[in-house]
Design a binder for this molecule. Structure first.
Ligand SMILES: Cc1ncc(COP(=O)(O)O)c(C=O)c1O
Length: 384
């Protein structure tokens, strides 16, 4: 169990921040680590060879623990989801008529790379539409995804949790079906990893790509990517020195080395030993592991369960808890509500959520309390 942790953040008392899916605030400890990282650059003579390698290895070890994978060498450090997906795209060899399965309105960083792959190869992108039902949305969506996987499927590229609707996809069943047809399963974990348990051992994705600035409570321009065996002999999108074997030997760097470090290490970005971002992300992961991801998910449910039931009673579309995550919930607004005026009213009260079309996205963390929902509910009641 975890209690409210607001004291560990800088959020002011008059702000209700319910928008972690947009951008998380930093923990105070993470901010301090970042400041320390900035200051270290003042004394470059104190940076040793070990500083280029040890913190990255520590970080990969912590992340491996978070996503339940034994071997930290399966993890690469990346600046963005698009970068992590580009590494996947670089190693696909699709044929005309093959298919990549996606879901409707998934985040563009998990779409554009496949558009390009499809354009070059003649493969097709198949977007599985969001079912109209609210109550059984995940059940119906998962069924439609499973139905679409067949001998034409080369890859399924999905999120674990839909970034605007909060629907949770049944990755275990999807993995089983892709295996039957020899298709890859690539997951964007940006809106789930850190807040909803993810086990590589259980879901066995071929790649799991995550940006760090939301549920991993990390800095912007940073992320982590898991690549499985399918990518062990692949080519990275850039050739940097640090990913080559024995790069620790600074004196021997111009004995040009043809071999990469094993497994996923070839896919890390150049200058991956970021002396500011890495210590920040280490602190953030230590804290997430201490709280426990399952506890973070349960905490979100504890504080939003009643308000969501109340919203349903006054005409908002809220799907059943079995169909969605707790940390990120997409609530459908009644037709007559004007998004722009609602946004304005919420901002005046310093209540931060995402308003997208007819959906209100409410996303919480352990700094929130039930009180954050009081103002939100008052405001929404005024609109129905
Ligand atoms: C599901 C998802 N993936 C990825 C990203 C960010 O992608 P990138 O790191 O390529 O900017 C976001 C940002 O909102 C997101 O919601």
């Amino acid at each position: 169990m975890v209690n409210c942790q607001k004291k560990l953040f800088h959020l002011p008392d008059d702000v209700s921040y319910l928008n972690v899916a947009y951008m998380s605030p930093l923990l105070k400890s993470v901010e301090t680590a970042g400041h320390r990282g900035v200051s270290r650059k003042n004394l470059p003579y104190e940076l040793s060879i070990g500083d280029f390698f040890e913190p990255t290895e520590q970080l990969k070890q912590l992340y491996a623990q978070l996503i339940d994978v034994e071997d930290k060498d399966r993890i690469g450090l990346i600046p963005s989801v698009s970068y992590g997906m580009a590494n996947v795209a670089n190693n696909l060899s699709l044929k005309s008529g093959e298919q990549i399965i996606l879901v409707e309105e998934q985040f563009p960083s998990n779409v554009y790379a496949w558009e390009e792959v499809a354009r070059k190869s003649g493969a097709d992108l198949v977007f599985i539409p969001s079912p109209l039902t609210i109550d059984k949305k995940a059940d119906e969506w998962n069924e439609a995804i499973l139905d679409a996987i067949d001998e034409r499927t080369a890859m399924v590229a999905l999120p674990h949790v839909h970034w605007s609707e909060g629907v949770v996809y049944d990755l275990k069943s999807i993995r089983d079906k892709t295996r039957r047809f020899g298709a890859l399963m690539v997951i964007d974990g940006t809106q789930s990893v850190g807040a909803l348990p993810f086990s590589v051992k259980e879901f066995q994705p071929d790649a799991l790509i995550c940006a760090a600035y939301k549920w991993l409570l990390g800095p912007y321009s940073f992320g982590m990517a898991y690549y499985g065996e399918a990518f062990d002999n692949g080519l990275p999108i850039e050739e940097n020195w640090i990913n080559r074997l024995n790069s620790e030997d600074f004196a021997g760097l111009v004995n040009y080395q043809p071999l990469y470090k094993p497994k996923a290490q070839r896919y890390s970005v150049g200058e991956q030993s970021n002396f500011i971002a890495i210590p920040m992300q280490i602190k953030a992961l230590e804290q997430l592991l201490e709280w426990g991801v399952n506890n973070i998910q349960n905490y979100a449910g504890d504080i939003n369960r009643q308000p969501l039931l109340d919203l349903k009673k006054i005409g908002f579309g809220v799907s059943d808890e079995s169909q969605r995550s707790n940390h990120l919930v997409g609530v459908k607004m009644p037709e007559h509500i004007k998004a722009e005026s609602l946004k304005k009213a919420l901002l005046e009260k310093k209540i931060y959520v995402s308003v997208r079309g007819k959906y209100l996205r409410i996303s919480t963390h352990v700094f929130n309390t039930k009180n954050d929902f009081t103002g939100l509910m008052d405001c929404l009641r005024g609109f129905v």
